[in-house]
Design a protein around this ligand. Structure first.
Ligand SMILES: C[S@@+](CC[C@H](N)C(=O)[O-])C[C@H]1O[C@@H](n2cnc3c(N)ncnc32)[C@H](O)[C@@H]1O
Length: 221
C-alpha cells in the first residue's frame, strides 16, 4: 500500500507498553506457566521499532520469558522495503532519540558510524515476515497479543471489518488485541469487548453469551 504512511517509533504511546508490562504480561505469564508458550504479533510493523520495543520490554523486565519460554514475536508488514529496514535493525540518531528510554539505548544498541544497531539478542527475538492483511492470512499460531496499531484507520469500514474478522480468528480465547490510540472508537465492539487496563483500552474476544456489554473487567479509570 504505497499511500499508507509508515510513520512509527520505539515505544509509541508509552502507556500501551506500560499496560503490557504492568498487567498484561504478568497475567499471561501466570496463565501460561505450564505450557510456557507465548505468541505475539505486530501485524503492521513498519520499520520494526514496535516489535523491537516488545522484545526490549520482555528481555528487560521478564528475562525468564525471553530465555526459557517458547516465545514468538512475529512482526509483519506488506512493504518489503519496511521489512528490509526492520530486519537490519539499524536506525538513525533521530529514530532512537524519539521515545526510546536512554537506558534501553545504552543496553540494547551499538553505535555504528552515524547509525545505531539493535543488539543481536534483541534482533534475533523477532521474526519478520511479509503478510498482506488484505489477503487471506497464512497459517499462524494462536496469538496471545496482537498489535494492530495505526493501520486500520487507512481503510474503509468494510475492509476494517474484514481485517478485524481475521484477527478474531487468530486471537487466543483470552488474548488481547491492541489498536492505535486514535483507533479505539472503531466499531469493532460487536465481536470484541473493550477492556480498560491501566488507562489503555485493549480488546478481547466477546464470548457468545456476554450479556453485560463486555465491560465487567475494567481495571483502570
Ligand atoms: C503508520 S504505520 C504503523 C506502524 C506501527 N504499527 C505503529 O503503530 O507505529 C502503518 C503500516 O501499515 C502497513 N500496511 C499498509 N497496508 C498494509 C496491508 N495491507 N497489510 C499489512 N500492512 C500494511 C504499512 O506498510 C505501514 O508500515
Amino acid at each position: 500500500m504505497d499511500n499508507i504512511p509508515t510513520e512509527t517509533s520505539f515505544f509509541r504511546d508509552f502507556q500501551v507498553f506500560e499496560a503490557l508490562r504492568q498487567s498484561i504480561f504478568p497475567e499471561l505469564l501466570r496463565r501460561h506457566r505450564l505450557d510456557r508458550t507465548l505468541n505475539l504479533w505486530c501485524a503492521a510493523c513498519s520499520s520494526g521499532q514496535e516489535a523491537y520495543s516488545l522484545a526490549i520490554l520482555l528481555r528487560d523486565y521478564f528475562p525468564l520469558l525471553a530465555n526459557e519460554w517458547n516465545l514468538t514475536i512475529l512482526a509483519s508488514d506488506v512493504s518489503e522495503a519496511m521489512l528490509a529496514k526492520a530486519r537490519s535493525g539499524t536506525y538513525t540518531d533521530l529514530e532512537v532519540r524519539r521515545r526510546l528510554p536512554p537506558k534501553f539505548l545504552r543496553r540494547y544498541f551499538q553505535k555504528q558510524g552515524s547509525q545505531w544497531s539493535v543488539s543481536d539478542d534483541i534482533r534475533l527475538m523477532v521474526q519478520f515476515r511479509q503478510i498482506d492483511l488484505l489477503k487471506p492470512l497464512p497459517s499462524l499460531p494462536e496469538m496471545d497479543v496482537i498489535l494492530l496499531r495505526n493501520v486500520l484507520i487507512y481503510f474503509d469500514r468494510a475492509i476494517q471489518a474484514e481485517i478485524l474478522d481475521k484477527m478474531h480468528r487468530v486471537l487466543a480465547p483470552d488474548g488481547y488485541l491492541l489498536l492505535g490510540a486514535t483507533e479505539t472508537p472503531l466499531r469493532c465492539d460487536t465481536v470484541f469487548k473493550p477492556v480498560s487496563v491501566d488507562r489503555t483500552v485493549l480488546f478481547q474476544l466477546r464470548p457468545p453469551d456476554d450479556a453485560d456489554g463486555g465491560r465487567s473487567r475494567h481495571t483502570g479509570n
